[in-house]
Ligand binder design. Sequence first.
Ligand SMILES: *Cc1c(COP(=O)(O)O)cnc(C)c1O
Length: 435
Amino acid sequence: MIIENHPFQVNQKGHLEIGGLDTTLLAEKYGTPLYVYDVSIIRENARAFTGTFKDLGVKGRVAYASKAFSSIAMLQVMKQEGLCLDVVSEGELFTALKSGFPEERIHMHGNNKSYHEIFMAIEHNIGCIVIDNFYEIELISAILEKQQKEIDVLMRVTPGIESKTHQYIMTGNEDSKFGFNLQNGQAEKAFNILHNHKSIRFKGLHCHIGSQIFETDRFELATDVLFKELSEWRKKYDYTPDVLNLGGGFGIRYTKEDEPIPYQNYVEALVQTVEEHVSEQGISMPEIWIEPGRSIVGNSGITLYTIGAMKEIPGIRTYISVDGGMTDNLRPALYGAKYEAVIANKAVDPVTEKVSVAGKCCESGDMLIWDLPVPNVENSDILAVFSTGAYGYSMANHYNRFPKAAVVFVENGSDKLVVQRESYQDMVKNDLSYE
Ligand SMILES: *Cc1c(COP(=O)(O)O)cnc(C)c1O
């Protein structure tokens, strides 16, 4: 049987499966809380993007935004699939280098890159730095001079597009901490510095308009804004870009309310919009780069928990508590994110009640799911929360000194531990005595 809305099945025992394996056996083998990824879904998601560029015969790059989930094993899968990689910090860059990721396929982002971060990026000859602000241009210039090097860069701009309850409006003054403003002339000023720079190779523009976006029209609007500016620069400076990076933010399904569209549609819409502008302006086709994060890993991962204490408040609600919470999945507490889940060992049992799933941290806000329909729940049942593959492990924290959970990859019917569960010794390893 197939689970509704999520790419998983139930076996003959009525247990939830992932990648052909019984989730209750995985929970028993590795303990809980446990992040489990079906690697075949990660690969399928990646290929939906890369395959569409190939099918359309358009030069493009798909850079996985590693902030969604960065670990050595994950980055190795991205390497195998031929993707590029976005990093936004020295830690993410370090992980990428440790994973053996090809340096020339790494791109660096960030609105406050430090001297040291940029130094490391240039030292390792990464493929591209996406410049965010004027201060960064100074830092990069100084480091290039010091290392006697050159580097490819893109310039991040804010196209001034916001969504307002399903209706999209263009805003005159953009209020964002990221990138150069197109409307007030900052972007053009930066362009002039970069375009004439002796050791910076200016390749083109970048924009990222947001996250969990389900329609293609916002990307088309952003592309329109970029081409409007580019048309000015072509007239004034005879400039045409080699690359347009249109960011990430493609939506996935967390709950039945989310209605994701096939990933191919985004790529096709972007390519078509760029092609229209290119032919209108009579310039050559730039490479199109995109940066999916959530859409590569989000739906491939689940989190397994063991249910412990239960508390029924008659006439109000029943709380069931699990052995994790905002330490392994911060999103509900951080921005009210919604999830769906099943009792993994009773995945086809008829629903009899609604319960609310609490984490075990000392915060009333540590609630994972409100009003989850479940069959008869008992202590020691295993709860499986869906779509936790992105921004779960990567936002995990040590609140209440809970060690970070382990990560297991399953593929072709076998399971492999790819991130060990933290020990209490790990937790105190940087603590120093004061007596
Ligand atoms: C976060 C981010 C992404 C990825 O966003 P998703 O919603 O995970 O696809 C891509 N590009 C930039 C610049 C980002 O900040």
